[in-house]
Write a protein that binds this ligand. Sequence first.
Ligand code: CO
Length: 453
Amino acid sequence: MGTIENSAAGSLMSGLSGLMEFLKNSPTAFHAVENIRIRLETEGFERLTEADAWNITPGGKYYTVRGGSSIIAFRVGEKFAGGGFMIAASHSDSPCFKLKPNCELNVKGQYVQLNTEGYGGMICSSWMDRPLSVAGRLLVRKTGRGVTEFESRLVDLGRDLVLIPNLAIHMNRRVNDSQSYNKQTDMLPLFSCGNTDSGELLRMAAELAGAEPQDVLGSDLCLYNRTEPTVWGAGNEFISSGRLDDLECAFCSLEGFLAGRNEKTIQVFCCFDNEEVGSHTKQGAVSTFLPDVLRRAASALGADGEEFRRMAAGSFMLSCDNAHAVHPNHPEKTDTKNCVYMNGGVVIKYNSAQKYTTDGVSMAVFRELCGRAGVPVQYFANRSDEPGGSTLGNLAMAQFSVNTVDIGLAQLAMHSAYETAGAEDPGYMTAACREFFSARVFAARDGSIALED
Ligand code: CO
C-alpha cells in the first residue's frame, strides 16, 4: 500500500462504507490520526502547531496534532461570546504487538522471527495462524540549511508478510483446555526462512519510505491483522474488523462533529493515543494536551483565566469508547438488566466507582439529546462481581474536569485482532454526536446544568 500519500487514505468517505475504508486504511494510531487530519483539511480546518502563536477567530475551524498519534480539532461558533466547550473524546490506539529496536531474531540459522512485545491487553490466540503485516512510522534524518531534521514518515508494508504459527496439537495436547501465552516465546511472528540478510525488515520499510536505512534513526512499528473489514450475517447486520475499539467511535464522533454546528459554543473533537496502556503519555488523555488546546483557544479569543473557568463550568464531554455486547455463548457474563446488544443503539456506561464518568446529571443531558435525535439508548453496567474495564473519560478529568458521560457502541470480542459490532450502530452514534455538537449545554444559576432548546 505504501506511505500514506500514495495509499487510498486521502478520501475518507461517510457512512458505513466510509467507516470500513477508515478501518482498512488505519492499521496504526499514526495512520488513523493522519486519515482524520486529511479529512479535516478537506473540510477546511486550519492546522495549528503547538510551537507557534495561535490566531483564533469566531467562525474559525482548527486542529492540532501531538506526537503524530493524537489529534484535537475545534470549531468556534460565529456568535461565540464565552460559551462552553462541547467535547467528544475517543482513542486512536488498539492492542497489538510492537517491534523492539533490535527486531530480528535468528532460530537455528533456519528462521528469522520478529522480536515483539505486547502493547495493551490483546487476546493472544486471535493473532495466530493468520497473515499479518507491519506498519507504523519511521524517523528519517534530513540534513541541510544548518539543521538536522527528523522527519516522520508513515509506512505500511501492506502485504501478507509475517505470521505467528500455533504449535501443533500433537505437541501441545492442552491447547484446547488451559492454554497460556508467553509473549517472549509464544507470540513471535515468523518473517523468513533465513534467506534474508540481517536488517531486512528495516531495509524494506526504509525503501518504502524513500529513505536510506542509515538515515532511519527511529521507528515505531507494529504488527496488524491483514484480514479486511467485512459486513456479514443473515441480514448483513454485523461488521467485523481489527481495531473497532475504538476507531468505530473515533470515526462516528468525527462524522457527528463535521455534521453538527452551534454558533455559541466551541465544538471539540479529540482522539487520543495510548488509552490501551493507561493514557499517561505526552499525547494521552491524562496529558496536558486537551487543557493546553482549550486554554490557548480561549485565551486567543480574549478570555482570561476567570472566564476560562466559567467556560469550563458550562462545558460537557462525551467519552466515546466501545462497550461489551451480550455474548451469545456466555450471556451470564453480563449484568442481568444492564446489558446491551449490537444494533440496539448508543450505550450509556455506568459504574458506581466512576471508572465510567456517567452520573445522574450527564446521563440526563445525554438521554435528552438522544431523544431529540431519535437515537435509541441502552445501559451497560458490569456484573457486581466483575471489575470490568475502564476508559479515557475518568482519566481525562484529572486535567480538565467537566460534566462527562461515558458512551460507546456494543461489540463482541473486545481486544481480539478481529472484533465484531452492529452494522446499524455507527449511524446511531453519528446522529447522537451530531445532535450533541449542535446543542449548547450551560451552567444554570443554581449550579445545575441546562440545555438550550
Ligand atoms: Co477502547
